[in-house]
Design a protein around this ligand. Structure first.
Ligand code: SAM
Length: 252
């Protein structure tokens, strides 16, 4: 039987039929985590957005550029979440040898906003990659398509759309998934990033993991995850979430 390991508490739990592990590091700043972690297959960067929850900082664009640079040094694929008008600043200053694979949009209609004017209904995720990085659109094929592709009968692999439509986890929407973290992403928007950029048993790093969505998504997809955040409170949420998932998988 394979193991799932949570290193933060010296807890080791058994997860049947899985080879995945989730490593939760002690609280640390994102730059420290990125500069001290080994090479991984993908990094997911989901910082505060420089408006709304988390507040704003005057050096946000420079700070995010440093974070992206550090992430690109340890990974072929880097995903950067944010509002379009904020992450757009990063595109002209990407690290050398790194390109924009795709501007992904998460489209949600259920944002409960009282802001006068346009109501927010989208988030951006920049898919960045080093030259020559492999992408895996075949991971989105159903069984019948996969069989046709493997037998050479498919001329090209139809990729998934670059707009992901999924409601925000608010109110009664996906109540079971909600953890209380104020900016939790749905699993439905993190899983496609992992599928496109990794194979089973690969490792994904999320150094600003919040509620641990990347960790749970990796377990669903048989990938390994390394999680960190600078908040002990949010790391506890992640830890409890992963432990609950493992317990349920074990029939508990
Ligand atoms: C948008 S939330 C991430 C939400 C997460 N993707 C989820 O689904 O729960 C941003 C997270 O970044 C963390 N964070 C902000 N600044 C950080 C820093 N300098 N170093 C590490 N973590 C940071 C916050 O504590 C917060 O949990």
């Amino acid at each position: 039987m394979a193991q799932i390991q949570m290193f933060s508490n010296d807890r080791i739990m058994e997860l049947p039929r899985s080879v995945s592990s989730v490593e939760i590091l002690p609280a640390a700043d994102v730059l420290d985590t990125l500069r001290s972690t080994r090479e991984v297959s993908a990094v997911i960067l989901d910082p505060w957005y420089n408006k709304g929850v988390g507040g704003s900082r005057p050096d946000y664009h420079e700070w995010l550029a440093d974070v992206i640079d550090a992430a690109c040094k340890i990974s072929q694929h880097v995903f950067v979440w944010g509002f379009p008008e904020i992450v757009a600043y990063q595109i002209p200053q990407l690290p050398e040898g790194v390109g924009l694979v795709s501007w992904l949009t998460w489209y949600y209609k259920n944002c409960p906003s009282v802001i006068r004017g346009w109501r927010s209904a989208q988030n951006t995720c920049l898919h960045l990659a080093r030259e020559g990085a492999t992408v895996y659109p075949e991971h989105f094929l159903n069984e019948e398509q996969l069989a046709r592709w493997e037998s050479g009968k498919m001329r090209f692999v139809p990729g998934p759309p670059s707009v992901i439509e999924a409601p925000l986890n608010v109110g009664f929407v996906r109540r079971n998934e909600q953890t209380g973290h104020p900016a939790q992403k749905p699993l439905a928007v993190i899983k496609p990033l992992i599928l496109m950029s990794t194979e089973e048993s690969d490792t994904v790093l999320d150094p600003m993991c919040g509620s641990g969505t990347t960790g749970e998504a990796c377990l669903h997809l048989n990938r390994n995850a390394i999680l960190c955040d600078n908040s002990d409170e949010y790391l506890s949420i992640s830890e409890n979430r992963i432990a609950d998932y493992v317990r349920k998988q074990n029939g508990g």
